[in-house]
Design a protein around this ligand. Structure first.
Ligand code: PXL
Length: 269
């Protein structure tokens, strides 16, 4: 009998396997964590239209059903980490927030995917607002990218490590969650900088930028899933952040090329 920790991802399918629930599940498996998925939506890039997102939400009742059976199958002694990826609609957010309030999790790792190309801008704004109001307060660990960090902190520009740090502190103060704000390729310099903030400390995580401006899909999903997996294995939040940064850096170094205009992270190294 195996007794690995179990983790849940509440995320969308990205058919090509680069991002979303597919990246999460592969990341969990690579860490020796047993993965479960409550699927929120199905994204199919459109190769005939610039690889834009074709987006189909899963019926909220079907999302509630998946969460019901997962949390009934695995009690809190086995499953205490939930990772949240793309939710996509206000109705989905309502359903997921309700389920999270009903069945508490020790750790809720939120990758606050704010904008999905191919969605109506009006709908996306509603979705952003609902995510901030209903899901962010339930998160214990949040991993915003550069754009999401500006949106969640209310800062108009983030062009330096100091500004990224200030933004991460603001998000921590407003939400209470541990924050890992990702500068990625958006800050100047040779390094990809992420800023970690919890109640006691601020830490700058740094790794050399990889490739020559190459776009890599799935890095954000993989990072948050690796944080979730490490927490499930008993790491502290700071240990989880450091380890996840290393994991995603390796995954980007060993990425796959494809016919899409972006490469994809390889979790299997
Ligand atoms: O990387 C963000 C993301 C998350 N989840 C799904 C996606 C994407 C980006 O394409 O398709 C399902």
């Amino acid at each position: 009998m195996q007794t690995p920790p179990v983790a849940l991802t509440i995320a969308g399918s990205e058919a090509t396997g680069g991002a979303g629930a597919q990246a999460d599940l592969k990341t969990f498996q690579q860490h020796g964590v047993f993965g479960t998925i409550a699927l929120t939506c199905i994204v199919s890039f459109d190769p005939k239209a610039d690889w834009g997102h074709r987006f189909v939400p899963v019926d909220p009742q079907v999302i509630a059903d998946q969460l019901e059976v997962i949390t009934t199958t695995y009690g809190p002694e086995l499953l205490e980490v939930a990772k949240i990826g793309m939710l996509g609609t206000p109705a989905t957010i309502e359903t997921v927030a309700g389920a999270l309030r009903e069945r508490g999790f020790g750790h809720v790792v939120l990758d606050p995917v704010l904008i999905c190309k191919g969605q109506e801008p009006g709908a996306a704004l509603d979705t952003d607002r609902a995510l901030k109001a209903q899901v962010l307060p339930l998160a214990t660990f949040v991993t915003p990218n550069h754009f999401e960090t500006m949106s969640l902190s209310g800062m108009d520009t983030i062009e330096s490590v100091e500004q990224l740090t200030e933004a991460a502190r603001r998000i921590h103060q407003a939400s209470g969650a541990v924050v890992l704000a990702k500068g990625g390729v958006h800050l100047p310099g040779d390094d990809a900088i992420d800023v970690y903030v919890d109640a006691d400390r601020t830490e700058i995580l740094s790794a050399p930028k990889i490739g020559d401006g190459v776009q890599v899909a799935g890095a954000g999903c993989t990072l948050a899933a690796a944080v979730a997996a490490q927490l499930a294995l008993g790491a502290t939040p700071l240990e989880a952040a450091r380890s996840a940064k290393d994991f995603v850096t390796r995954g980007i170094q060993e990425r796959l090329a494809s016919n899409a205009p972006f490469d994809v992270v390889w979790q299997g190294s």
